[in-house]
Design a protein. Structure first.
Length: 158
């Protein structure tokens, strides 16, 4: 019995050969058919009526019609653009009003905040640190021998 790898290799070569022969046959058949259609000397049969005679269709009035159509189209486009611009301008105005109202509100809140900070300073309360966290408090004294906290003034200072 032949080696398993040898059998698989032969089968792969067989498939490769079949694919190459099939591809070559397809390419050859396509070339043959394309040459067959190109070498035919027959004229295409005329169908229906002959092409209309367009002589004299383009004259001076044709140019003025094109100009008139272009002018009409540009006027319609300009009107549409003006309408869009007006709606955008209205939206910008609304946003500007909202922004100014927000700015007034921010200024009012800043003034209230400053007034509250002054009240805290007048009461002697330490303000919060800049991150919004409360100011740290000093640590409590370590517990005494029985586990009870010592008074803040312990040991007595003389």
């Amino acid at each position: 019995m032949a080696n398993f790898n040898t059998l698989i290799k032969r089968k792969q070569y067989l498939w490769l050969g079949l694919i190459l022969v099939g591809g070559a046959a397809a390419v050859g058949g396509g070339l043959y058919l394309s040459e067959l259609n190109l070498n035919s000397d027959e004229e295409a049969p005329a169908q229906g009526e002959p092409a209309p005679d367009m002589t004299g269709v383009v004259d001076s009035s044709f140019n003025s019609k094109v100009e008139q159509h272009a002018t009409t189209e540009m006027q319609a486009t300009a009107a549409d653009l003006n309408k869009r611009f007006a709606s955008l301008q209205g939206e910008v105005d609304l946003l500007s009003k909202a922004r100014s109202a927000d700015q007034i509100r921010i200024d009012k809140l800043s003034n209230e905040n400053a007034a509250m900070q002054e009240q805290l300073k007048a009461l002697g309360v330490r303000p919060a640190v800049s991150g919004g966290e409360p100011a740290p408090t000093p640590p409590s004294p370590p517990p005494g021998p029985e586990g009870e906290p010592q008074p803040a003034s312990y040991p007595p200072q003389s």
